[in-house]
Ligand binder design. Structure first.
Ligand code: NAG
Ligand code: NAG
Ligand code: NAG
Ligand code: NAG
Ligand code: NAG
Ligand code: NAG
Length: 750
């Protein structure tokens, strides 16, 4: 009975929207994909009448010349904007204002010569910016200041001669900066300051005066990657790249340095290396102090080296080759085995040792996996001493260990430098270790640590230097401790912290994140004792996901939230807030996608409380409150899920706007009447309660059950046989003339 109604309503909805949408006459529009393309039309102005909901706008090959201020204010939902080959020579300050969702902007092949201070304001989500093939000569200070999410910036093929100090300030997430094919001859000393996340810097094809150089020493720079043609120096013979942070190296890195005879790559983080293309006269390749893993991936290098290249350094693994000089390993030793095979072999080795009754001394380098007493260290670089009763952190893990699991011991106190020789560890588990105190420098030397688990200990206070020496730390778990203060000073040593768990502590006060943890994106603070969040705490932070559930907030911290411009997820559940006043969410981030306000004892949401929440909101949950009614939700055009279960909804005429809204959307809505008594248990969407409400002239009809998005595979199939019984033309909605007959039909449920 219900199915034809659904189909019918859907087609009706679709056809009416299609008719309603307009498309500028020079453009082609795809209403399903929400894309608009106006390519090669010699347009001189941004076309008017592009639908507001458009997500991709392609304007390449036009003739705009100048991009005016606020030129895209009418399309705030754009995620991709293409403006290449548009004869643009000037981008006015504020040109992209209002485009807070754009992730990719292409301005390549234009004639832009200056990047002004506010040229890119408003592009707060931008990830890729293409500015190659322009005429850029000048980058004004602060030009990129607002682009905190940018990953890739290409300025290749421009006319840059000089890069001033702090030119790229603000690019806190930049991974690749391309400056190739400019005329750079001069870089200010602080030209690249602040680019902490840079993985790749391309400076090839410039005029840096290095052509006559024979010997180049770049040792002790924190460079992590060398891309192709990184060293284009035809006369270079000696290159020193030792003590840097190299993790990878393109095989083409030296292809323009054909005379190289000596390359020092000592003390980097190289695990594998491919044969270099280019240098034909290489004599020495120094790999000392790298964690080289001698398996089949190293074979090409070894084979290449047999033609006269001396390889210095030793294998760091696998166990049977560790500490073996590279020069002594033959290509046929460099094999890959499955993990199972490797483990099996290790077992055999152990048995062999035991049957000899001789564990400590070994003739061959075969049996050198070291591991602290009573722990397990396997060839996959995992070491575990879980719940082994240690009261001090054990020492002597294999040098290549990447995962170190010490949970369930009883350390109480972690003194400084407790983890010597663990520079390769990426993940360290110290949960349930009864830790009360961590001395400054405790983790010193763990320079590759990304994950640190300190959950469920007894930490009440963190030494400001507790995290010294672990600059890469990205994920920190401190939940289930007894912290009473936000550990701002300790966190400020972590320039790469993204995710912080502090649930279940006794924190009552926060500190401004922009100074304590400027890179933080997710913050979990559930189950603390926070009662207020002051203005300024969240300002200029990058916080995307904020969990404040189960605290002691007595009102929504409107002012503080308004300053979290990147906020996407907010959990306020289980705070006691009885009323949401008129401007509760005014000025909140337009990026907000999910809002949870469950079990808060909310009795009333005032009419204008949700003002400020826009079409970006996808999930709204107000489960388990004391709501009798809900305000108009029609502004929340992007909702995909709303949960109002377990509220004492009163199904009388005051709920009519909600019911109407439910009829107009295609999402699953769970809402059950609780009053008046005779309607208790009925779905708001099904009940007949509204039929007699004043002003209800049209829309109360046989309402299809909500389209169940998740269970669509099952239920409709059961319903299908029924629907054949209702001839289409009897459906009251079809002609719209049968309003008076509706009530009979609605009563199907009773
Ligand atoms: C494009 O427009 C400009 C000015 O409006 C005009 O001078 C030019 O001839 C046009 N080019 C083409 C190919 O239509
Ligand atoms: C190789 O590197 C190590 C460590 O950096 C250094 O001590 C050694 O002298 C280097 N050897 C050569 C031949 O350059
Ligand atoms: C263990 O090895 C050492 C050195 O190779 C040797 O002196 C000793 O006798 C061996 N012990 C046993 C029990 O085989
Ligand atoms: C908060 O504490 C309660 C009770 O101790 C616990 O059941 C719940 O899982 C905790 N929630 C979080 C987010 O830590
Ligand atoms: C929000 O917080 C509540 C209460 O702690 C929790 O049960 C729920 O899982 C949280 N929701 C999300 C999406 O984090
Ligand atoms: C929202 O922002 C406007 C303009 O910045 C300001 O006047 C207003 O007080 C703010 N409202 C709230 C509730 O913070």
């Amino acid at each position: 009975m219900q199915f034809p109604a659904v189909v019918f309503l859907l087609t009706l909805a679709l056809s009416s929207t299609i008719k309603a949408r307009k498309c500028p006459k020079e453009c082609s529009c795809d209403d399903a994909k929400l894309t608009v393309a106006c390519i090669g039309k010699n347009l001189t102005e941004i076309p008017l009448g592009v639908q507001e909901i458009t997500v991709k706008l392609d304007l390449k090959n036009n003739n705009f010349r100048i991009l005016p201020r606020g030129g895209f204010l009418h399309t705030p939902h754009l995620t991709h904007l293409s403006l290449q080959r548009c004869n643009i020579f000037k981008v006015k300050e504020g040109a992209f204002r209002g485009l807070g969702r754009v992730v990719s902007l292409n301005l390549a092949y234009n004639k832009i010569d200056i990047l002004y201070q506010e040229s890119f304001d408003g592009l707060s989500s931008l990830k890729e910016l293409h500015l190659d093939h322009n005429h850029i000569e000048e980058i004004q200070p602060g030009a990129f200041m607002q682009l905190g999410f940018l990953n890739m910036l290409t300025l290749a093929h421009n006319r840059l001669v000089y890069i001033p100090n702090m030119a790229f300030q603000g690019l806190q997430n930049i991974k690749w900066l391309r400056l190739s094919y400019n005329s750079l001859s001069n870089l200010a000393p602080e030209a690249f300051a602040g680019l902490f996340s840079l993985r790749r810097l391309s400076l090839d094809h410039n005029e840096l005066q290095l052509r006559e150089v024979k010997r180049l020493e770049l040792s002790y720079n924190p460079i992590t990657y060398l891309g192709e043609e990184s060293v284009s120096m035809g006369k270079l013979t000696h290159l020193y790249l030792d003590h840097m942070s190299l993790q990878d190296l393109s095989d083409q890195a030296f292809s323009q340095a054909r005379l190289l005879s000596h390359v020092d790559l000592g003390h980097n983080q190289l695990r594998y290396l491919e044969p270099f293309s280019g240098p034909a006269k290489l004599h020495i390749l120094n790999l000392t102090g790298n964690p080289i893993y001698c398996d089949c991936y190293m074979r090409p290098l070894k084979e290449w080296a047999t033609a006269g290249v001396k390889l210095l350094g030793a294998c760091a693994g696998p166990p049977h080759l560790s500490d073996e000089p590279l020069q002594a390993v033959s290509p046929s030793d460099l094999r890959c085995r499955s993990r199972a095979e490797a483990l099996e072999e290790e077992e055999e080795e152990k048995e062999e040792e035991e049957s000899n009754g001789n564990i400590t001394t070994t003739a061959k380098p075969k049996q050198t996996v070291k591991c602290p007493h009573n722990c397990e260290c396997d060839v996959t670089h995992h070491a575990t001493c879980e719940s082994r009763g240690y009261s001090k952190v054990p020492r002597g893990f294999p040098a290549g260990t990447q995962l170190l699991d010490l949970r369930g011991n009883h350390f109480h106190y972690i003194p400084s430098s407790s983890f010597p020789g663990t520079s390769q560890v990426v993940s360290l588990h110290l949960e349930f270790c009864k830790i009360r105190e961590i001395e400054g420098g405790a983790f010193q030397g763990m320079r590759n640590l990304l994950y640190l688990y300190l959950s469920h200990n007894d930490i009440t206070f963190l030494d400001p230097k507790a995290f010294a020496g672990v600059p890469k730390l990205t994920y920190l778990h401190l939940d289930g401790n007894r912290l009473t203060r936000f550990p701002g000073a300790a966190l400020s040593l972590l320039p790469n912290l993204f995710i912080l768990h502090l649930e279940g502590n006794a924190i009552s006060k926060l500190e401004p994140l922009s100074s304590a943890a400027p890179t933080l994106m997710e913050l979990y603070l559930g189950n603390n004792t926070i009662s207020v969040i002051d203005r300024g705490i969240l300002s200029s932070s990058l916080i995307k996901s904020l969990h404040l559930d189960s605290n002691q907030l007595s009102q929504v911290p409107t002012d503080a939230l308004a300053e979290a411009q990147h906020l996407e997820d907010l959990n306020l559940s289980r705070n006691v807030v009885r009323q949401l006043g008129p401007k509760t969410f005014q000025n909140i981030s337009q990026n907000l996608k999910r809002l949870y306000m469950d079990q808060m004892g909310i009795e009333k949401i005032s009419k204008e409380a949700l003002l400020g929440l826009g079409p970006g909101l996808k999930v709204l949950s107000v489960r388990g409150n004391q709501l009798k009614e809900l305000p108009d939700l029609s502004a929340l055009a992007g909702l995909e899920m709303i949960d109002m279960q377990d509220n004492p909804l009163l199904c009388d005429c005051s709920l009519l706007p909600l019911r109407r809204w439910m009829e107009s959307v295609k999402l699953e809505v769970s809402a059950t009447c609780s009053h008046p008594l005779e309607l208790r248990g009925q779905q708001v969407g099904d009940t007949t309660a509204f039929a007699t409400c004043p002003g209800n002239t049209e829309r109360v009809a046989v309402r299809p059950r909500p389209v169940k998005i998740k269970s669509s595979g099952e239920k409709p199939r059961l319903q299908k046989p029924q629907l054949a019984k209702l001839p289409r033309n009897q459906h009251p909605r079809k002609t719209g003339k049968h309003k008076k007959t509706k009530n009979k039909k609605i009563n199907r449920g009773n």
